[in-house]
Ligand binder design. Structure first.
Ligand SMILES: Cc1ncc(COP(=O)(O)O)c(C=O)c1O
Length: 450
């Protein structure tokens, strides 16, 4: 029951617009109404529980129900609930410092509220940087990658390579293009060479930046080959193109290192962060730039060289205070190391136990795992969206929430996604793997070609 005395689901149907949801089906299949959460579990009002194997939207890295974070939020609200980012306050200063220390390079941190906005900020910084750098005035194009996602706002969507997310919202922003991304299961092309080809074809002096996720997350958990990132770095340097790494998902430990790029020893010019920064306890994002980028914005006052971009809630005192304590928890409990170790074990266990004809590939890094479902292992024809959806639904019925690629690339709504909190216990991991194993057999048993 809701406070209106009516059934909450009924009021939901009447009032809420859910993302990525066909509402014509909602009455028959209403969303779960979650009332509380603790550790790795979500609970409804009747005490029924689900293992949250996607950490919300891959963001609740320290697990649910941390009262310590609630206390920090309360304390900060009582002391100073709001001040604009044109002023300063302790937690945003300390958080910026902390992020730079974790990254290990000099630079500046600009705070925003969402990952999309952090990427918008990155694109604007890249363009303005070039305009204010000798020889760079003509550089404005941003190259992104097919299957990558950078956000829902028009610029971030234009950089994204997810055809089904873009459809219907065109025309998108001009000046964006995509190149192919590595996909060890489906793409054999030399994707670093494809990037260089695109830069040359466009004219390097028109290209401002290349943006990529170190591991494509929502597009299907796609890992690059070992030499891809180092080659991308070299290509960007050779052609004066800035490298923007979107670490909205991979930042703050998800892949088993503090930042995804640290797996490949490659540093970005600009880095975007969100999700794990505050483990979803508050909305917060950041755009980090190297010092040399920042210095292009220094000039005599009175001109337009400074960064002319503002968010009302960027660097919100409550969000930054909570983020700071969240990172303290990650350090104190050794959760990055734990994500690496538990990630290795979980991946191994999924690879050996999900030995089902419709499982084509199980891949991952840290606690970010993709399970690609196919009609046929030999042809790698993707499993239909409906069949993959049945597996996800069955898992939910059995008490485990897993994710799935939906509306990303045409025909590829077939990758299940597992990205649990870093605090996942062995017992919870066993429950997750066992449930997936059983769901595949129950839903796809003998019913699918293969
Ligand atoms: C890699 C990546 N970048 C950017 C975004 C956009 O973040 P937000 O939803 O906070 O705007 C997402 C969201 O899932 C993402 O996965």
């Amino acid at each position: 029951m809701s406070k209106t005395g009516r059934d909450l689901s009924e009021v939901d149907l009447e009032s809420l617009w859910h993302p990525l949801t066909q509402h014509s089906q909602l009455a028959a299949s209403p969303p779960l109404v979650i009332d509380s959460a603790s550790g790795s579990f979500l609970y409804d009002r009747n005490g029924r529980r689900w293992l949250d194997a996607v950490s919300g939207l891959w963001c609740v890295n320290v697990g649910h129900g941390r009262t310590e974070l609630a206390e920090v939020a309360r304390g900060q609200m009582e002391k100073l609930a709001y001040v604009p980012a044109t002023m300063s306050h302790e937690s945003s200063v300390l958080l910026a410092r902390k992020i730079l220390d974790l990254l290990g390079f000099d630079g500046k941190v600009y705070f925003a509220v969402s990952g999309s906005e952090a990427n918008e900020a990155a694109f604007k910084i890249a363009r303005q940087y070039h305009r204010q750098t000798p020889g760079g005035a003509g550089r404005y194009k941003i190259i992104g990658r097919i299957r990558s996602y950078h956000g829902n706002t028009l610029g971030a969507l234009s950089a994204s390579g997810q055809e089904e997310r873009r459809r219907g919202y065109e025309p998108l922003a001009p000046g964006f293009l995509n190149v192919e991304a590595p996909d060890s299961y489906r793409v054999s092309a030399d994707c670093a060479a494809a990037l260089e080809g695109a830069i040359l074809a466009e004219g390097a002096d028109s290209v401002a930046a290349f943006v990529m996720e170190p591991v494509i997350a929502g597009g299907g958990v796609l890992l690059p080959p070992k030499d891809y990132l180092p080659r991308v770095r070299e290509i960007c340097d050779r052609h004066g193109v800035l490298l923007i790494l979107d670490e909205v998902v991979t930042g703050f430990g998800r892949t088993g290192r503090w930042f995804g790029h640290q797996h490949w020893g490659v540093e970005p010019d600009i880095l975007t962060l969100a999700k794990g920064i505050a483990s979803g306890y508050m909305p917060l994002a950041a755009t980090v730039v190297r010092q040399r980028i920042f210095e292009a914005f220094l000039a005599e006052p009175g001109g337009f060289e400074h960064y002319r971009h503002v968010n009302t809630y960027g660097g919100h005192p409550v969000a930054t205070a909570v983020a700071l304590r969240n990172l303290e928890i990650v350090e104190r409990e050794g959760l990055v190391e734990r994500a690496a170790e538990m990630g290795r074990r979980l991946l191994g266990s999924l690879q050996s136990r999900l030995d089902h004809p419709q499982v084509g590939d199980v891949r991952g890094l840290g606690l970010l795992v993709g399970i690609e479902l196919v009609q046929d292992r030999a042809t790698r024809e993707p499993l239909s969206s409906d069949d993959a959806a049945r597996v996800v639904k069955r898992c939910a019925q059995e008490g485990v929430i897993v994710g799935r690629t939906i509306n990303t690339a045409p025909g590829l709504s077939n990758v299940l996604i597992v990205a649990p909190p870093f605090t996942l216990s062995d017992e919870e991991a066993e429950f997750l793997v066992g449930t997936l194993e059983a769901a595949l057999t129950k839903e796809l048993g003998a019913g699918v070609r293969g």
